[in-house]
Design a protein around this ligand. Structure first.
Ligand SMILES: Cc1cc2nc3c(=O)[nH]c(=O)nc-3n(C[C@H](O)[C@H](O)[C@H](O)COP(=O)(O)O)c2cc1C
Length: 155
């Protein structure tokens, strides 16, 4: 059995709701799956330069990790960037990444945010096994199901 941590930053529940669906799907295939959240000291301050993470989730107990974040200002949300940067090691861990975003088209910050996450996770020794972008418009359930299906084949 694989122990998977889904670690998300979410300000208006979109990214978190994807994590819940992923958790269900990955549990069905026999994995132990926890969701943990990345929160800022003092609540959400998306524009702040001075972000500190409250009790950063510990990755050491997980074999696989899924990091999820919203796109903010055409980039990775700052809280997730700061959280990922302070992780000591992702050596020998499978890592999958996703972002949620509201603007149509993946290049309005989605690809860039995934690229930022990939770069940081690789620098910590993580083995990037997949990524996806969920656009929060149109048939959202269809977009989420595509992600959960894709990730269930990875872990
Ligand atoms: C400060 C801020 C900046 C945002 N910038 C972008 C953006 O550049 N591109 C985009 O597609 N969506 C952008 N969004 C929309 C969010 O990425 C989208 O609503 C996301 O699903 C929110 O996730 P959450 O509910 O987990 O916080 C922005 C939202 C906020 C609050």
């Amino acid at each position: 059995m694989v122990k998977i941590g889904i670690i998300v930053h979410s300000q208006t529940n979109n990214t978190y709701s994807v994590a819940e669906k992923l958790q269900k799907k990955l549990q069905k295939s026999g994995n132990e799956v926890n969701i943990e959240t990345v929160n800022m000291v003092g609540g959400n301050k998306p524009q702040s330069e001075d972000i500190q993470i409250e009790n950063p989730p510990d990755v050491t107990g997980y074999d696989g990790l899924i990091f999820g974040s919203p796109v903010h200002a055409f980039s990775l949300a700052p809280a997730m960037k700061i959280y990922l940067e302070q992780i000591q090691s992702l050596q020998d861990k499978k890592v999958a990444l996703y972002v949620t975003k509201s603007l149509p088209l993946k290049f309005t910050g989605g690809n860039r945010a995934i690229g930022q996450m990939e770069k940081i996770c690789k620098s910590k020794g993580g083995n990037i096994v997949g990524s996806d972008i969920v656009i929060w418009r149109g048939d959202i359930d269809k977009n989420i199901n595509a992600l959960t299906q894709k990730f269930s084949l990875i872990f």
